[in-house]
Design a protein around this ligand. Structure first.
Ligand code: ADP
Ligand code: MG
Length: 728
C-alpha cells in the first residue's frame, strides 16, 4: 500500500485517527460553511430587508428589485470575506451536466483603481450566450440569447476548485421567448402545482395546512476506478463505460463486497467527499459498499425536493473533483461493466405539510388513516394512469442497459406495497360500507386501523421499480447519471393532476349530500379498484412477471427512442399544459433533444468501437498470431510431428476467425451508421441507431472478449476488467 499512499490519503487518515482524540473538528462546525444560509443573510442584511425577505419567502411572493439589491450586496460582502473573486449563475441545461460562466467582481476604474461590483440585476438575471446548449429547435442559432434567472428557493454557495473560489447562484435557464431550456424551470412549476393540489386535498382533513413540500432523499450509486487505468481505456474516457472486456474470474459472485469493509483508500476519498459536501450544505449521512466490486453508494438526509436535486447535481461535480485528488475516477454511468450490477439513483419521495405531517406516513387514528389513504391511493392511481410517462422520464441510452437486465428494476412500471398495506387496501376495497351512514362511528369500520409501520418491518423488494418503504415511495428505476428533476417533474405533475381530479370527484359527492368522510372513502375505494393492475408484490426480474404484466395490459417498453413517444402524445401534452408545467412547444423540443442525445451517444460508442478495433485490437491480435506462426514454423523445421504444435495451429486459426468476424462486423456497423446518419427524422434516426447499429456492439464484444482470452497478456493493449474492478 505504501507505494499507493497519496498525500490526500495521508491527510484523510490523519483526520480519521484524530477523531479518536478530542481534537477533531466536528462536522457541525463546518456544515454549510460555504452556503449563504438564512442565518448568514440575517448577519449580512439590514434588519428591515431581512424581515422583508422572510415575509416574501413565507408568502411565496416575488422578490422586489429593491430587496434584490440588498441581497446582492450582502451576498457580495459574504463572498468576498471568504476569498471569493468570481460569481456565476449555476444552471442545469438539458445536456444533463451543470453549466456555469464566471464573471469577476473586480471592475477596473478609469483612474487605475478598481472596485468590487455585484448588482441586483447581475444577481437576478444573466444572459449567457447560450447558442450551443440543446434547445430542440426553440432557439435558432442566430437568436443566441438565453436567460438565466435566480432561484431564491435554493441558496447561493461557494464552490472551490483549482485554487479558485466562485459564488454560485442557482438559476433557471430559459430562451429569449421564455421557454424552458433546463431541468429546473419545469420542476419548479410542477412542485408548485403539487403544492396547491395537495393543500386542497389536505384541507379536507385539516384547514391549518397551507403548504405541502415534496421531500426527496437521493441514494447515489457509483463506481470508482484507478485514474491511471481509466486513462488507459479510451472507451471509459469517451463513453463512461467499458465497451469490451472479458469478465474477471472473480466478479460479484461471492457477494463479499456488499456492505463489506470499505478499502482504506476509498474511505479516505469518502471522508474527504463528506467534508466538502457538508461545507456545501449537502447533508451526506450514509456510505457503504454496493453489490459489485468497486461499487459504492452515498446518501444524504432527505430535503425539500428542489434543494435535494440541486444538491445531487452539485454532489456529482464534487465527487468528480474529490476523486481526482485521490487518483480515482468516479464512474456515474448506469452500466460501466457489462456482466455485473449497474448503478441507480433511488429517489425516496414523500409529501410533508407545513404542520410537519408526512402525508405518506400511516396515521395512528382512523381519521389520519383516511388522510394517509387518500394520498397513498392517489399516488398509486397517478402511477397507474401515467406509468408510461414515468418510464419515459428515466429513459436514456445508458439506463437502457440497466432496466430489465436482471439486476435492476424491469422496464415495466409497477408498485410494490408490502403485504401489510396490500392487505389494508384489499380490506378497504371489500369492506361493506353502508351507502348512508347515520352513525359516524360506523363509517370507520370500512377503514382498517393500520398498524404503525416501522421502516424495518416493511418488506424489502429490491426488484420493484417503485416501492413503498414505510413512509415514502422509492423510485428505483432512475439511472445513476440522470438529473432527478426529470422523473420528479413527472411524478409531481401526475400526482398533482390526480389530486385535482380526486378533489373534484369528492366535492361532487359532497354537493349531492354525501357526508365528507364517506365521499372521501367512496372515491378512495373506486381508485383502489381502478389501479389494481399496477400493484405487484412478486419478483420483478422474473420471466413470469413479463408474461403476467402483458396480460394485465402494462407496458414494457425496453428502449429509449420508443419510450420517449409518450412525451408528445395528446394526453401528456394536455397534462403538462393543464398544470402549466410545459407548453406543447417545450414538450416537443424536449422530446427532440432527448432523441438527439440518445442517437449521439450510440454514435459515439460505435465510433469508439471502430477505433479500438482497428487501431488497438487488430494489431495486437496480428502480432500475437505472428508469434505463434513463427513458433509453429520453428517446430516444423526442427522436425516435430504435427501433434506437437496442434494447439498452436488451432490458436492461429481461432485468432483468424475472431479477428476476421470482428473486422467484418465493424465495417457492417459503419455502413449502418452511414445509413442512419442520412435520416432526417430524429426519431427514425434514433430507432435506426438502436435497431441497426447497436446490435453489432454485442457481437463485436463477444469475439473481442474471446481474443482477450487468447492473446498474450503482455501484448493486450487495454487494462482488463480484473485490473479495473478491484480498487485498493
Ligand atoms: P435504503 O438503502 O435502506 O433504502 P438509505 O438509508 O440508504 O435507505 O436511504 C434512504 C433515503 O430516504 C435517505 O436519503 C433518507 O433521508 C430518505 N428518506 C427518509 N424519509 C424520507 C421522507 N419522508 N421523504 C423523502 N425521503 C426520505
Ligand atoms: Mg433505498
Amino acid at each position: 500500500m505504501s507505494g499507493l499512499r497519496f498525500k490526500a490519503v495521508e491527510a484523510a487518515i490523519s483526520r480519521l485517527s484524530n477523531s479518536k482524540t478530542n481534537e477533531t473538528i466536528k462536522p457541525s462546525s463546518y456544515y454549510c460553511k460555504n452556503v449563504f444560509t438564512t442565518a448568514k443573510m440575517k448577519e449580512y442584511l439590514p434588519k428591515n430587508a431581512y424581515a422583508e425577505l422572510m415575509e416574501t419567502i413565507d408568502e411565496g411572493k416575488a422578490i422586489s428589485l429593491d430587496l434584490a439589491e440588498h441581497i446582492s450586496q450582502a451576498m457580495k460582502s459574504w463572498a468576498i470575506s471568504n476569498g471569493v473573486t468570481h460569481y456565476t449563475h449555476w444552471f442545469q441545461p438539458l445536456t444533463g451536466a451543470t453549466a456555469e460562466k464566471h464573471d469577476a467582481f473586480f471592475e477596473p476604474m478609469p483612474d487605475g483603481s478598481a472596485i468590487d461590483k455585484f448588482t441586483a440585476s447581475a444577481l437576478v438575471q444573466q444572459e449567457p450566450d447560450a447558442s450551443s446548449f440543446p434547445s430542440g429547435g426553440i432557439r435558432n442559432t442566430f437568436e443566441a440569447r438565453g436567460y438565466t434567472g435566480w432561484d431564491p428557493s435554493s441558496p447561493a454557495f461557494i464552490f472551490e476548485t483549482g485554487g479558485g473560489k466562485t459564488l454560485c447562484i442557482p438559476t433557471i435557464f430559459v430562451s429569449y421567448t421564455g421557454e424552458a431550456l433546463d431541468y429546473k424551470a419545469p420542476l419548479l412549476k410542477a412542485i408548485n402545482a403539487l403544492d396547491k393540489a395537495a393543500v386542497d386535498v389536505a384541507n379536507f382533513f385539516d384547514k391549518s395546512i397551507t403548504k405541502v413540500n415534496a421531500s426527496l432523499g437521493i441514494e447515489q450509486e457509483y463506481f470508482l476506478v484507478d485514474l491511471a487505468l481509466f486513462n488507459a481505456r479510451p472507451d471509459l474516457q469517451l463513453t463512461g463505460r467499458t465497451l469490451f472486456g472479458h469478465m474477471s474470474a472473480k466478479g460479484q459472485q461471492l457477494e463479499d463486497h456488499y456492505f463489506g469493509a470499505i478499502p482504506e483508500r476509498v474511505l479516505a476519498f469518502m471522508v474527504d467527499l463528506e467534508e466538502e459536501a457538508l461545507k456545501l450544505g449537502i447533508p451526506l449521512k450514509t456510505r457503504h459498499n454496493e453489490v459489485a466490486p468497486s461499487q459504492f453508494e452515498c446518501a444524504p438526509m432527505f430535503e425539500e425536493i428542489n434543494l435535494a436535486i440541486d444538491h445531487n447535481q452539485l454532489l456529482l461535480n464534487l465527487m468528480e473533483q474529490v476523486a481526482l485528488r485521490h487518483k480515482f475516477k468516479v464512474l456515474i454511468h448506469e452500466k460501466p461493466y457489462a456482466d455485473i450490477n449497474g448503478s441507480g439513483k433511488h429517489n425516496n419521495w414523500s409529501m410533508i405539510t407545513n404542520t410537519g405531517v408526512n402525508l405518506l406516513s400511516p396515521g395512528k387514528t382512523p381519521k389520519n388513516n383516511l388522510m394517509f389513504l387518500s394520498f397513498f391511493v392517489n399516488v398509486i392511481k397517478a402511477v397507474h394512469e401515467n406509468a408510461d410517462l414515468l418510464r419515459a422520464s428515466i429513459a436514456s441510452a445508458a439506463n437502457d442497459h440497466r432496466l430489465g437486465a436482471n439486476e435492476a428494476p424491469p422496464a415495466i412500471i409497477s408498485i410494490f406495497l408490502g403485504s401489510q398495506l396490500n392487505a389494508v387496501l384489499d380490506e378497504v376495497e371489500t369492506a361493506r360500507v353502508a351507502k348512508k351512514v347515520k352513525n359516524e362511528a360506523l363509517l370507520w369500520h370500512g377503514i382498517p386501523k393500520i398498524p404503525e409501520l416501522t421502516l424495518d418491518n416493511t418488506d424489502r423488494n429490491r426488484t420493484s421499480p417503485f416501492a413503498f418503504t414505510g413512509n415514502k415511495f422509492e423510485f428505483r428505476a432512475v439511472g445513476s447519471s440522470s438529473n432527478s428533476a426529470s422523473p420528479m417533474t413527472v411524478l409531481s405533475a401526475i400526482v398533482a393532476d390526480q389530486l385535482i381530479e380526486f378533489k373534484t370527484e369528492v366535492d361532487k359527492q359532497i354537493k349531492k349530500g354525501t357526508k365528507k368522510d364517506l365521499a372521501l372513502l367512496n372515491v378512495v375505494r373506486k381508485y383502489i379498484k381502478e389501479s389494481k393492475a399496477i400493484r405487484f408484490e412478486g419478483n420483478g426480474y422474473s420471466q413470469e412477471w413479463e408474461e403476467e404484466a402483458l396480460k394485465r395490459g402494462l407496458s414494457n417498453i425496453k428502449t429509449t427512442p420508443k419510450a420517449l413517444d409518450v412525451y408528445v402524445n395528446e394526453k401528456s401534452l394536455e397534462l403538462f399544459e393543464r398544470l402549466s408545467v410545459l407548453s406543447k412547444r417545450e414538450s416537443e423540443a424536449r422530446h427532440e433533444i432527448l432523441l438527439e442525445s440518445y442517437y449521439k451517444k450510440i454514435q459515439i460508442e460505435a465510433r469508439v468501437i471502430g477505433e479500438i478495433v482497428s487501431n488497438l485490437i487488430a494489431p495486437a491480435a496480428f502480432r500475437y498470431q505472428n508469434d505463434l506462426i513463427v513458433n509453429v514454423k520453428g517446430l516444423k523445421e526442427l522436425g516435430l510431428k504435427p501433434d506437437a504444435y496442434g494447439s498452436q495451429s488451432n490458436l492461429i486459426e481461432r485468432i483468424s476467425n475472431h479477428i476476421n468476424t470482428i473486422l467484418i462486423d465493424a465495417e457492417a456497423m459503419r455502413q449502418e451508421r452511414k445509413k442512419a446518419n442520412v435520416l432526417e427524422d430524429v426519431r427514425e434516426k434514433a430507432i435506426a441507431y438502436d435497431e441497426n447499429v447497436k446490435p453489432y456492439f454485442d457481437q463485436i464484444r463477444y469475439h473481442l472478449n474471446k481474443l482477450e482470452q487468447i492473446v498474450d497478456d503482455r501484448q493486450w493493449p487495454l487494462p482488463k476488467l480484473r485490473e479495473l474492478l478491484f480498487v485498493r
